[in-house]
Ligand binder design. Sequence first.
Ligand SMILES: [Zn+2]
Length: 307
Amino acid sequence: MGADGGSIPDRRDLVKTRGKAAVADKAVARERFFNCALSRKRLAKPVVADPLGKLYNKDAMIEYLLDKSAYGDGEQICPYILGVKDLLTLNAQPNPDEGEGKAPFVCWLSLKEMNGAVPFIALRHCGCVFADGALRAVLPNLAKVGDEAVGPTEEASCPNCTKPFHPTSAASVLPIYPSQDVQEVLLATLFATRAAAKANKKRKKEGKEKDGKEKDGKEEKGERASKVAKLKTEASSRSASGSPAPVSNASLAPSVRAQLAEHEKRRQAAKAGMSDAVKAMFHKNDGAKKGDVADFFGRTFNRYATN
Ligand SMILES: [Zn+2]
């Protein structure tokens, strides 16, 4: 072969193909920072991040939570979201430059555009969004996802809103659209937190029963109904007024339980190997369709690429 006149791809062809794919990947990666992963409309406040760091317009997410078929393939994009408590409302600075091709948001510190060119990160306790490098320049001891869990340490203040938090805890940070490796760790954390919360609830209930205060089944049903009503009210008030409803950070911030669960999560994750742990927890706890696991990590931008 080679001198028979057949077509053998040379280096130039290979570079051309790879170059095209790289350009497409880059465009797709960029797109995620501009548009809601569900509605594909341009991101505009209020914006929420899910536990894996994907971005949504809050109204689209509420619509999705009320009707999982509202966006067709929504359940393939974020099947791990169970309710508003899984979401972090972001305090992102709108880009003062609204010109064409400009990203919707910029870093509070460096004013760099959040367009996928450099990594961005949100602080979970307040939702403020920064370029990762700019924030770490101010807070050099800020933890990364996957860091060893550490006990409470001295507090630091958010350099934007000054709300105090523990910078050395990995539970304090949420990277925006991180790599798949980091998304897997975040997903494992989510499921471990849920499992711990469930176990904690069970323990409490058993304790109550011991004291002769059995929980009434009707009461539980009532709780659920009021939750649905609350969600609906929030959504309808938004559409009625045409302006975003006020956002409660308190309801979205990670619970104390989440931090307690973190120790257990890291122990389990290290034991099982991250990918296996993710798969096992995904199927056990979420009842999602089989075969989805590897799929949704890249789901948002795959959709852009194929349409
Ligand atoms: Zn803040």
